[in-house]
Design a protein around this ligand. Sequence first.
Ligand code: FES
Length: 160
Amino acid sequence: MVVENLADDVKKVVERWKDKEGNLIMVLHDIQDHYGYVPREAALEISRQLDQPLARIYEVLTFYNYFKLQPPGKFNISVCLGTACYLKGAAALIEEVTRVLHIKEGETTKDGLFHLQIVRCLGCCGLAPVITVDGKVYSAVKRADVMEIIAEHSKNHGQK
Ligand code: FES
């Protein structure tokens, strides 16, 4: 999503919510719906237009897991850390994704290809431990499988 009309985009959203109570969170929701995340420039612009301290905006953004501060990747990797997956070694899968892609939870690779998120139960505990990539489910994943899963998605994008 292009951020070049950012001030205008923010203005439209602020106009919609400015007289409503609890408007900050609604503005942030709309901005994330629009861009897929909340760019820092948008947070600055919201701060200016809503006359709220930037620190307050980041307080809200970091309190709710829902908000993303980085652009989503082309592929979104979700590693389940719910109880069943945790007990079957999901923590090692997160370590492996982090090792291979050099990103932590909530981050996107520099090339914009992969974004890592950790989720709590994908509703298929019998398949634990589970990873999904853009909704495609990988079951009973072992640490050694992680590289292959990543390669499957990056092979057409000039990566290993
Ligand atoms: S705990 Fe991972 S799918 Fe339920």
